[in-house]
Design a protein around this ligand. Structure first.
Ligand code: SAM
Length: 246
């Protein structure tokens, strides 16, 4: 189905996003590799290395990975040290099912939990987690500022917020190539692999609407975070934002 993606009201957006990820869940990991040429793996590694979870924590250190999908960030984090636990929270059960199976296969039945929930109203108590991550998820959330407020609420004092997201490319020539690639190649690849080109067309368009790095940093500050900073990856195709609840 085509949804006329360009003129979507806030209330309808979540329904469309859910449709997209139900459609693609079983092929999601494969598509990530194909579309990014494997780069998403390096970007996720960069996020986890900047987050730097403790190698040997004296108490259990808790990560909440929101819009965690099939659990890429959670897996990297729990495998980076001892006494690390992750909760993957995603609105979409199809994505969580793929993630749960994968985690069990990799021996993470006990240190990674999967919970269905909305980034705009997280089903977790205040001041609970040591870190909150969201990778390629926040641009799908209809009210970004509400999601940032929720991130602040569920983090402990001293807790860290980190977001990995596609951004606006500002390198000459690369931006043109990137445009061509994303508007022509990605929807076709999506159609070929998942049979649903529209869903990938939507994903590409949602990247264009996302605030630039400086504006997004300002939104993170508005939610209450301190020492907000960001790093560009691969010429700014993606960026990592970081902030602290102090
Ligand atoms: N973090 C994973 C990764 O990097 O591979 C998955 C990213 S995937 C592009 C986006 C995820 O956001 C999907 O699994 C989707 O179901 C989830 N999502 C969309 N809207 C959401 C919301 N309001 N709350 C929580 N998750 C949401």
């Amino acid at each position: 189905a085509s949804f006329g993606f360009r003129t979507v009201a806030l209330g309808e957006k979540q329904g469309m996003v859910d449709h997209v990820f139900h459609q693609v869940a079983s092929r999601y990991d494969l598509m990530n590799d194909l579309m990014s040429g494997g780069l998403h793996r390096l970007w996720k590694d960069a996020m986890v290395s900047w987050l730097a979870p403790p190698r040997k924590s004296r108490r259990t250190w808790r990560l909440l990975d929101v819009a965690g999908g099939t659990g890429d960030i959670a897996t990297r984090v729990v495998e980076s040290g001892e006494r690390l636990e992750a909760t993957v929270c995603d609105i979409n059960n199809s994505m969580l099912t793929v993630g749960r199976d994968r985690a069990a296969m990799r021996g993470h039945a006990h240190d990674i939990r999967f919970a269905q929930g909305n980034a705009e109203s997280l089903p977790f108590p205040d001041n609970h987690f040591d870190a909150y991550t969201i990778a390629f998820g926040i641009r799908n959330v209809p009210r970004i500022q509400v999601a940032l407020d929720e991130a602040f609420r569920v983090l402990k004092r001293g807790g860290r917020f980190m977001c990995l997201e596609f951004t606006q490319v500002d390198v000459p020539v690369l931006d043109r190539i990137y445009d061509l690639y994303s508007f022509n190649v990605i929807p076709r690849m999506g159609q070929a692999v998942t049979g649903d080109g529209d869903s990938y067309q939507y994903l590409v368009e949602s990247i264009r609407k996302f605030p630039n790095q400086a504006r997004f940093a300002h939104m993170i500050e508005k939610a209450g975070f301190s020492r907000v900073d960001y790093r560009n990856l691969t010429g700014g195709i993606a960026a990592i934002h970081s902030g602290w609840k102090i």
